[in-house]
Design a protein around this ligand. Structure first.
Ligand code: C2E
Ligand code: CA
Ligand code: CA
Ligand code: CA
Length: 275
């Protein structure tokens, strides 16, 4: 995580800022972004490959800064993590997703599941479970409409993670592992953790049609998930050839530009109405 943070600070220095005071001003801008309502959730549909149904989105954060333009998450989440701002931003993401679930239920009488990305720092907050519980109760949503995406990186401390995940499961939210296959000790924690969904990392999906190793890894993850009773989603699907491969391999769900890029709330509603 440190390494990644460093890389991104270099990006800030070379592309956006040239001095420490500029980094600080970026932090100040980010600090104000919530109050100024500059943070937005975009929604990327996840398609059920069995009959092309659809019932879930992944929420992806965007910072629509008046002074900087649209900032992608990879360009401000590392800073948010280093400064601790990720806690209030992450809480906002959870609350906004829960509210959206409620709004769509009210508008379209549809149960739409929304997956939110959770930073390790957020997950390790003592009140993390309370934040989730409070948001679910505030908007009176079905807990199973909220999906929590964690990464293997978060699993550094298995002993601490297990009780948190168990409490999340007691709440009945869905737990998924993002970027599956790119971290460490996958099989050990997959056995111990109450996981509902595996998300195959897009690095395996990218060349799945032409690269025998990627094909083998992808197929193996799908079988693993199936044998353990988990749902499997392939990420970064960009063309029909990849979809054909995934369908043949019995992958349940797919997400990627082939179906839709992440959509604004309004565009997501249009997408919903089409289904
Ligand atoms: P991720 O969770 O692995 O999200 C998938 C990324 O792939 C997203 O980038 C998405 O826009 C992009 N993507 C989707 N379909 C395709 C495709 O077909 N091809 C390609 N090449 N890319 C595709 P995005 O939105 O820029 O987000 C980047 C990362 O930032 C996310 O990776 C996630 O780790 C993080 N992130 C996003 N939103 C949040 C958030 O609310 N909280 C936290 N903690 N992290 C977030
Ligand atoms: Ca994700
Ligand atoms: Ca991912
Ligand atoms: Ca990722």
């Amino acid at each position: 995580v440190k390494e990644r943070g460093k890389a991104h600070y270099q990006f800030y220095r070379s592309d956006m800022t040239s001095s420490l005071s500029n980094v600080i001003s970026l932090e100040t801008k980010l600090r104000k972004a919530i109050q100024k309502k500059e943070l937005k959730l975009y929604y990327q549909p996840q398609i059920d490959l069995n009959g092309y149904t659809f019932n879930s989105f992944e929420a992806l954060l965007r910072w629509e800064s008046l002074s900087l333009g649209v900032v992608a998450p990879n360009d401000f989440i590392p800073l948010a993590e280093d400064t601790g701002l990720i806690i209030s931003i992450g809480n906002w993401v959870i609350e906004t997703a829960c509210e959206q679930i409620k709004v769509w239920k009210a508008l379209y009488n549809k149960d739409v599941r929304i997956a939110v990305n959770i930073s390790p720092k957020q997950f390790q907050q003592p009140n993390f479970i309370e934040v989730i519980r409070t948001s679910i109760q505030k908007f009176k949503i079905k807990p199973s409409m909220l999906e929590i995406e964690i990464t293997e990186g978060l699993m550094g401390n298995i002993k601490e993670a297990i009780p948190i995940l168990r409490k999340l499961k007691e709440l009945d939210v869905i737990i998924s592992v993002d970027d599956f296959g790119t971290g460490y000790s996958s099989l050990s924690y997959i056995k111990q953790f109450p996981i509902d969904v595996l998300k195959i990392d897009q690095s395996f999906v990218k060349d799945v049609v032409t690269n025998a190793k990627d094909a083998a890894i992808t197929t193996t993850i799908i079988h693993l998930g199936q044998n353990l009773g988990m749902e499997v989603i392939a990420e970064g699907v960009e063309n029909k050839e990849q979809e054909d491969f995934l369908k043949k391999a019995n992958c349940q769900k797919a997400q990627g530009y082939y179906y839709s890029k992440p959509l604004t709330c309004e565009a997501a509603e249009q997408f919903l109405r089409g289904f």
